[in-house]
Design a protein around this ligand. Sequence first.
Ligand code: GLY
Length: 333
Amino acid sequence: MNVKQKQIYDKTSKVFILTDENVAPFWLPEIEYWLNCKNAVEIVIKAGEQHKNLQTVQRIWRTLMKQHADRNALLINLGGGVVTDLGGFAASTYKRGIKFINIPTTLLAMVDAAIGGKTGIDFGGGKNQIGTFAEAEEVIIDPVFLETLPQREICSGLAEMLKYGFIADSNLLNVNLENYQQYITHCGEIKHEIVMQDLAEKGLRKVLNFGHTLGHAIESHCLTTDYPLLHGEAVALGMLGALWLSVRQCGLDEKVLQDFESQLPMLLSEVEISLSESDIEPILGYLVHDKKNKDEKPQFVLLEAVGKPVWDVEIEPNLVKSSLQYLIKVSNR
Ligand code: GLY
């Protein structure tokens, strides 16, 4: 335990650890031992995006209440993006906010979800529709957790790492299955730098949503089918669409799109993509509910060049549809 962690614990009345049923058997005892909190109250929830909802939050709130958690309680969120988003939301709203620490166990959560203070749950059929901006006291990142992570989850995280390549540092466009561990900290630093300037996403932070306008709509739609996608997989498809739009609307060099087309098989190597023309209308329906919309019009983050993102770009509905047709064609190759 380092000095900062000790300071956090010294001011804590009771420790709670939230995790899911996949992570618990591997890491819960380790973490309790490592953080010296064997008396912590464990809250183990079902794994998966479909449980990132109000019911699960209510369960967490109820446990906190039943165990007499006061304002000085601490919630440790041990897991992937679902656990850190959901736990952060439960903590930031319980008694108007208690402290929380994130310990991300997936690559995607290490480079994105667990840092930057966005918390939330899915609601009304849309991703992250209810949430808060609330920063964790600390985010503990340790690649040891990646040892037990399925390859599909690694590929999903790689997509978010490539996102930083597109919006901020072209060196990250070389990230692959062999070298990704050496870039984890750098991705976190890029995100931290952006979030420090714009926590509440009034402007600059929007660049972190590159690939997410189409990505969230695809992810939300696929959650209603027999072929749900992981967040990073949907973001990979969303980035493909955003690059295609960037070539047409912002003068992005077509070579950037072609290079990403050749990386896509790596990102989607562990999943069967079953999207077809008939999925386009429902996906367009989800776009209307995107949080980033203005006057119900989807707002895109596009690229003028690698490292030069532009945000709040409105795109003609027909062109959005064409970008979906294109990405569906490429993903079925
Ligand atoms: N995942 C995008 C953000 O944290 O702003």
